[in-house]
Design a protein around this ligand. Structure first.
Ligand SMILES: [Fe+2]
Ligand SMILES: [Fe+2]
Ligand SMILES: [Fe+2]
Length: 462
């Protein structure tokens, strides 16, 4: 079988997977059949060419969001989720989510989808050979030194005209990771690899609150969400996750599921546990300021304390004994794990910050439509789609690779652009949809006729 045939067969399996009933579109913004129903938009997968992996320029594209969503579901079939409250039909959903058919399909494309989503990190991250243990500790000291620079996420929240909304949107982006915290890590303590395995297990026990449910880190995060009026159930906010947030979570699942990357996970573990201390200090301060003390920040203050230990344990009790036993040739993979995590987290931060600008500038983009619509309509060769949708036809959240102009002919549209961010569009209204920004639409009237112009870069029209 050629590579192209192989990619085609994998693509067909991925499409069939996303077309399972449990993964079809939702007719509400928040998912109602939690935690099993997640919309995967099989129609978006046509753009996912498994033979042409994502690149540093395309990781926020339409196709990337579609692919990362599928990959999240594939990994989560290895975890156990049950609904907070059994709902009508939950058992049927449970059975479909974990069915042999669904899992069998996933097995046919998972490896290729991982390469599609993360293959570009191999090109982006170059690690030279010939490391010594001392080189590694010097590198790590340097990499983990706390910086005074205000991170992009903090700036985005503090400078937003609606910092509470921005902070909630930020918390929501962590839900895929924190609500099942350390599940990918669990995959590394299976098997038998000597005393280091038990050292790693100690870290894991802490993450799970040493068996005391109220102390489990995911429970602490639920308390944080609840304290600021957010829902605590897994994937209630499925439609709000950015591709960059899903990628950061999927990255750990990828390393944890593919044991050829065991040493990369060890590197990422040291780095995440060590840098989480500074991150959590900032997070607690920002949340305390923004919510004026109303936010439960124990999740973050607990990590301030425990990850100080975990960082040291990951280095001294896991990584160093492995280097001593197996030699410095494992170090390049430790470094690759660190750099990969750094890369996906930088993307997480910068894309979150752009998303907040997008949510905050909806009124301006509503006005911009009025400024340019005549020019766009008068121009030739602007790709145009005429749509006619019925009441409550919900375009589940997605993005486009170019700027688009939405223009309403008749009826009323609810234009969605993130948590608590929306416009109500009436005939003659519209909005500029920025490239790679997540949005969706719902029809509020019996029917709605509207137009979508693919305008390239909006700046050429102003
Ligand atoms: Fe934790
Ligand atoms: Fe930890
Ligand atoms: Fe759209």
């Amino acid at each position: 079988m050629t590579a192209a045939n192989d990619a085609n067969a994998a693509h067909a399996a991925m499409h069939a997977y996303a077309d399972r009933t449990i993964f079809r579109d939702s007719d509400t913004w928040e998912m109602s059949r939690r935690p099993f129903h997640r919309s995967l938009r099989p129609q978006a997968l046509h753009e996912v060419d498994l033979a042409r992996p994502l690149t540093p320029d395309t990781f926020m594209n339409y196709e990337s969001l579609a692919a990362q969503r599928v990959l999240t579901c594939v990994y989560e079939q290895d975890l156990v989720f049950l609904p907070e409250q059994p709902y009508d039909g939950w058992l049927k959903d449970f059975e479909e989510f974990y069915s042999p058919e669904t899992r069998e399909l996933a097995g046919q494309f998972r490896g290729q989808l991982e390469q599609y989503c993360f293959g570009y990190l191999e090109q982006e991250i170059e690690v030279s050979p010939g490391w010594t243990r001392e080189d590694f500790t010097t590198y790590l000291d340097d990499k983990c030194r706390p910086s005074d620079a205000v991170p992009a996420w903090e700036k985005a929240i503090r400078e937003s005209p609606d910092p509470k909304r921005a902070a909630r949107m930020w918390l929501v982006q962590f839900a895929p990771d924190f609500l099942s915290e350390s599940s990918p890590m669990m995959k590394n303590v299976l098997g038998n690899y000597g005393p280091v395995q038990s050292e790693w297990f100690k870290i894991l026990i802490d993450e799970y609150g040493y068996g005391v449910h109220p102390k489990k880190h995911s429970t602490l995060f639920e308390n944080t969400l609840r304290s600021v009026g957010l829902n605590t159930e897994t994937h209630y906010y499925w439609q709000y996750y950015l591709a960059s947030a899903l990628a950061a979570n999927n990255y750990f699942h990828y390393l944890g599921s593919e044991h050829r990357h065991f040493f990369r996970y060890v590197g990422a573990l040291i780095y995440t546990e060590t840098t989480l201390v500074e991150f959590c200090r900032r997070a607690a301060a920002v949340l305390n300021d923004v919510f004026e003390g109303e936010c439960d920040v124990e999740y973050f203050t607990e990590h301030l304390h425990i990850d100080d230990h975990h960082g040291r344990m990951a280095l001294n009790d896991v990584a160093v004994p492995l280097i001593e036993k197996f030699g410095p040739e494992i170090i390049p993979d430790l470094v690759r794990g660190i750099q990969g995590y750094d890369y996906v987290m930088n993307n997480f931060d910068s894309q979150f910050s752009i998303q907040i600008s997008w949510m905050d500038e909806q009124e301006q983009l509503f006005g911009l439509h009025k400024d340019i619509i005549e020019k766009v309509q008068a121009a030739e060769n602007v790709p145009l789609a005429n749509l006619d949708e019925h009441f409550n036809e919900l375009s589940n959240s997605h993005c486009h690779n170019q700027d688009e102009l939405c223009h309403i002919i008749s009826g009323q549209m609810y234009f969605f652009s993130g948590l608590d961010s929306k416009l109500i569009l009436n005939p003659g209204d519209g909005v500029v949809i920025r490239n790679r920004r997540q949005h969706g639409a719902d029809i509020l009237s019996d029917g709605c006729k509207y137009q979508i112009y693919t305008i390239g870069d909006v700046n050429q029209w102003v």
